[in-house]
Design a protein around this ligand. Structure first.
Ligand code: HEC
Length: 178
């Protein structure tokens, strides 16, 4: 009798510990992790532009954005991706599922609606990334095709789609999975 009770208790506790996060917990963790990522990448970008100029910052992003993203993911015990319908880095191309989320936001934004601060879809957290700083336009705005920065971008990313943005545009998403 006691043995059965013990087994039952063990079973219940293992089910409890394996319980998936609630939506509230996902939102809280997702907000924390994405804020940390934006702060880190934004801080590095500013630093690199100030200390080395735009081209140096471009190369820094190429070489380190994914490494820094993975580092924060590991420290936080989650997986993080940055994705965009118009991606620069081929590794940031969204899957069909991920596209659905960004396309729904894009539609809302085209209709003049405010974007949500996050969306939970199939148990995964997504946060819209907006072009919210003039500095973004230096590498994602409408670039003169003969300018050094446009040439460097084309050199590193022959398939680049991430230009032509304006302030306030939806740029993509941070995705956090648990
Ligand atoms: C110095 C040039 C530069 C500036 C300024 C810049 N970016 Fe980028 N961005 C890049 C490069 C290079 C990549 C591709 C490398 C990577 O991050 O994976 C990229 C990639 C991205 C991505 C990932 C999706 C993709 O297209 O690959 C997002 C999202 C993004 N940038 C948003 C922004 C935002 C928002 C700002 C302004 C705060 C900004 N960027 C400013 C160079 C820049």
């Amino acid at each position: 009798m006691t043995r059965i009770l013990l087994i039952k208790l063990l079973f219940v506790s293992s089910v409890l510990s394996a319980q998936p996060l609630t939506s509230e917990q996902m939102i809280q963790r997702g907000d924390e992790v994405s804020a940390k990522l934006l702060q880190t990448l934004g801080g590095e970008l500013k630093n690199q532009i100030q200390n080395g100029g735009l081209i140096k910052a471009l190369h820094f992003c190429s070489q380190n954005a994914l490494i820094l993203t993975d580092k924060i993911a590991k420290e936080s015990g989650v997986k993080i991706k940055r994705i965009s319908l118009l991606n620069r880095n081929p590794l940031n191309h969204p899957s069909a599922e991920e596209k659905k989320v960004i396309e729904a936001w894009q539609l809302a934004s085209n209709q003049g609606e405010l974007l949500p601060s996050h969306t939970i879809y199939n148990g995964i957290y997504y946060k819209p990334i907006i072009i919210n700083n003039e500095v973004c336009l230096k590498c994602h705005g409408t670039l003169q095709s003969e300018s050094p920065i446009a040439k460097s971008i084309k050199n590193s990313y022959p398939e680049d789609k991430a230009v032509g943005y304006k302030m306030g545009d939806l740029r993509g998403a941070i995705q956090v999975s648990f």
